[in-house]
Design a binder for this molecule. Structure first.
Ligand SMILES: *Cc1c(COP(=O)(O)O)cnc(C)c1O
Length: 415
C-alpha cells in the first residue's frame, strides 16, 4: 500500500505542512495559540464566522489555530476531507455517538473493542440506543445483527489485547451497500500502517495519545471524515448543517454537537506535543513493529509460554488478512504463560519493560490484562473474550531489540 499524502510522501507532508500552509514569523512549528477569545473589528466578520460563512475562531472550546494545524496533519495522513480533534480518544468516540445517533437507533459493534469503548457503548444502550456486539472477524456476523434501525457499525483494526483483526474489507462493502456509517478505530495501526479509507470507512478514529503522539506525554483524539460516505443518505443530520456541501454535513454536525456542545476540546499545548510526535510516526512504528515481531517470535518459542497472540505470526487466524491490509502487523501483542507459571512474579522481574496500562509509547509497556484493564468486566465476559488469567499485553517500544529479548528472557528464566 502507499501512504503518500496527495502531494508529498507521508513524513514530508507532516514535517512541512505547517510551514507551507501558513508561515508565522517563519516558524517551522505551528505556534501555541492560548487565547480563549478571538476579537473582531467588524461585527460582520464576527457574524460570518459564527454562521460558518467564513473560516475563523470564535471561542477556544470550538478550536484554536494550533489544534487546527494538527487536524490538517491528521487529515493528510488519512487522506480524508476533514478532521476534528478532541481532548482524548474516548472523547472522539463519545462525540461520534452523541452527535450522530438518536434514541431508538441501533449500533453494531465489534465485541473486541477497547475496554472503555465497550463500557461507553453500554452507557449508550442505557440511554436508548441499543448496541449489538458481534465477532467482527467475519462480516456475516455483522450482517446478521443489522436491523432496520441500524445506523452505524463500529470496529477496530487490530483489537487489543487479543489482536483479532476485523473483517475490514467485507464490512466496508456491507456498510456501503446498506448506507451505514462505518466507523473504524485506527489507533492500533495508525495511518502509517493502514488507511481505513481504503476499505470504505466513513469515519476514522485515532487516539492521538497512542502511536501518533507516541511519547506518552499528551492525551488527544481525532475523527476524520474520509469522504466515502454519502451524508445525504443519513437521516440524523440537522437541517441547519445542510447549508454546506454534503461531504461536510457529518463532520460539521460532529464539530458542533460533538465538540462545541460536549466540550472535550483539545488544548493547544497537547496539540503541539502530538504534532511534534507525529513527525516521527513512520520511523517509530517501523522500529516498534520490527521489535514486536522479534519479541513475539522469541516468546512463541519459549517453553514457559503457552500462546502468543500477534497477527505477525503465521498461526494467527487473521495473519493473511493483516499481511494483505497492513504495512506491518502492529506493535502490540499478548501472550499467555504455561500452566503453573506465576504471571505477577514474571512481570515483577522485568527491568527494562515498564508495568503500565498505556500503549503506543516509545517505551515497552506490559500489563496483566485480567487483573487490570479487564477486571471490571468480570470473569464470565473475560472468558467469552478469551482473556486468560495469565494473559500479558505488551506494547512494544523503540528500545534496542536485544535489550527487550534479554529482559523477557531473564524474567521468564525462573518462572
Ligand atoms: C487508548 C485507546 C482509545 C482511547 O484513547 P484515549 O486517548 O486514552 O481516550 C480508543 N481506542 C483505542 C483502540 C485505544 O487503544
Amino acid at each position: 500500500m502507499t501512504n503518500d499524502t496527495r502531494e508529498h510522501g507521508f513524513t514530508t507532508a507532516i514535517l512541512h505542512g505547517d510551514r507551507e500552509s501558513s508561515i508565522e514569523h517563519g516558524a517551522v512549528h505551528k505556534p501555541l495559540h492560548l487565547s480563549v477569545a478571538y476579537g473582531y473589528r467588524d461585527a460582520a466578520d464576527l457574524i460570518a464566522v459564527f454562521q460558518g460563512r467564513a473560516s475563523g475562531y470564535a471561542y477556544g472550546r470550538q478550536g484554536n489555530p494550533t489544534t487546527a494545524a494538527l487536524e490538517a496533519k491528521v487529515t493528510a495522513m488519512e487522506q480524508g476531507v476533514a478532521t476534528v480533534c478532541f481532548s482524548t480518544g474516548m472523547a472522539a468516540i463519545g462525540a461520534i455517538m452523541l452527535s450522530l445517533l438518536k434514541g431508538g437507533d441501533h449500533v453494531v459493534s465489534s465485541a473486541y473493542v477497547f475496554g472503555n469503548t465497550n463500557s461507553l457503548l453500554g452507557t449508550l444502550a442505557d440511554h436508548g440506543t441499543p448496541v449489538t456486539f458481534v465477532d467482527a472477524t467475519s462480516a456475516e456476523n455483522v450482517e446478521r445483527a443489522l436491523t432496520p434501525r441500524t445506523r452505524l457499525v463500529f470496529v477496530e483494526t487490530i483489537a487489543n489485547p487479543r489482536t483479532q483483526v476485523a473483517d475490514l474489507v467485507r464490512i466496508g462493502a456491507l456498510c456501503r451497500e446498506r448506507g451505514l456509517v462505518y466507523v473504524v478505530d485506527n489507533t492500533m495501526t495508525s495511518p502509517w500502517l493502514f488507511r481505513p479509507a481504503t476499505v470504505d470507512a466513513s469515519l476514522v478514529v485515532n487516539a492521538l495519545t497512542k502511536y501518533i503522539g507516541g511519547h506518552g506525554n499528551a492525551l488527544g483524539g481525532a475523527v476524520t471524515d474520509t469522504g466515502r460516505y454519502d451524508w445525504t443518505r443519513y437521516p440524523n443530520i440537522a437541517e441547519n448543517y445542510k447549508s454546506q456541501k454534503p461531504a461536510m454535513w457529518g463532520i460539521t454536525q460532529l464539530r458542533k454537537k460533538g465538540l462545541r456542545d460536549f466540550g472535550a476540546t483539545l488544548g493547544a499545548e497537547p496539540a503541539h506535543h502530538i504534532a511534534v510526535g507525529a513527525e516521527t510516526l513512520a520511523l517509530r512504528m517501523d522500529r516498534q513493529c520490527a521489535n514486536a515481531q522479534a519479541l513475539a517470535e522469541f516468546l512463541v518459542a519459549h517453553p514457559k509460554v503457552r500462546a502468543v497472540h500477534y497477527p505477525g505470526l503465521a498461526p494467527h487466524p487473521q495473519h493473511g488478512l493483516a499481511k494483505a491490509l497492513f504495512r506491518a502487523p502492529g506493535a502490540l501483542f499478548s501472550f499467555e504463560l504455561a500452566d503453573g507459571c506465576d504471571v505477577l512474579a514474571v512481570l515483577n522481574r522485568l527491568r527494562t519493560v515498564v508495568l503500565s496500562s498505556n500503549l503506543g509509547d516509545n517505551r515497552t509497556l506490559a500489563i496483566p490484562v485480567a487483573q487490570t484493564i479487564y477486571w471490571e468486566m468480570g470473569p464470565a465476559r473475560r472468558a467469552e473474550m478469551g482473556i486468560a488469567d495469565s494473559l500479558v499485553r505488551v506494547s512494544v517500544g523503540i528500545e534496542d531489540r536485544d535489550d527487550l529479548i534479554a529482559d523477557f528472557a531473564q524474567a521468564l528464566a525462573t518462572a
